[in-house]
Design a protein around this ligand. Structure first.
Ligand code: FMN
Length: 134
């Protein structure tokens, strides 16, 4: 059974840009090894993550993430069994500064490619809100 989790959180204030970069690189590699798909974005002190994969793989990773002291104030937006995955791979990245543009960068829309239109629109809106409120 496949499972999808989506959450937002606040990065620990002590994290340097380099530590954030290392964390993102680690997650990218670890998730590829675990066949977890989705995205992890960092933007001005916030994380936005989607994890999608086999339930018995995704849930233990999420439990580790919940206990990780590198972030706090985690709010889970979604956690549900899914018939099939919507993502082709894993993408962990830092959103470039674009304070006055609430447009979702094309590369993230591309990651959403493959989702049904009903599922895609709320996900895009979530991303727009994430970018708009940072
Ligand atoms: C914001 C955030 C997102 C994370 N995302 C992942 C992830 O997608 N996959 C992953 O393996 N670890 C992720 N981690 C790291 C885990 O919390 C944990 O440190 C890592 O899985 C190593 O665990 P281990 O030392 O028990 O093997 C994330 C940590 C943070 C703070």
């Amino acid at each position: 059974m496949k499972h999808a989790i989506c959450y937002v959180s606040n990065a620990n204030k002590d994290l340097s840009q380099q530590q954030i970069k290392s964390l993102l690189d680690f997650c990218q590699e670890s998730n590829e090894q675990l066949s977890i798909k989705g995205i992890l974005l960092y933007s001005e002190g916030n994380f936005f993550q989607i994890l999608e994969g086999e339930k018995e793989v995704v849930l233990p990773v999420f439990h580790k993430i919940q206990k990780d002291s590198r972030h706090f104030g985690l709010i889970q937006i979604m956690g549900q069994d899914i018939a099939e995955g919507a993502f082709d791979g894993y993408k962990a990245d830092i959103l470039e500064d674009s304070k006055h543009s609430f447009q979702v960068p094309k590369k993230y829309i591309d990651v959403l490619h493959g989702m049904s239109p009903e599922a895609k629109r709320p996900m895009e809106r979530m991303l727009e809100n994430f970018i708009a409120t940072r």
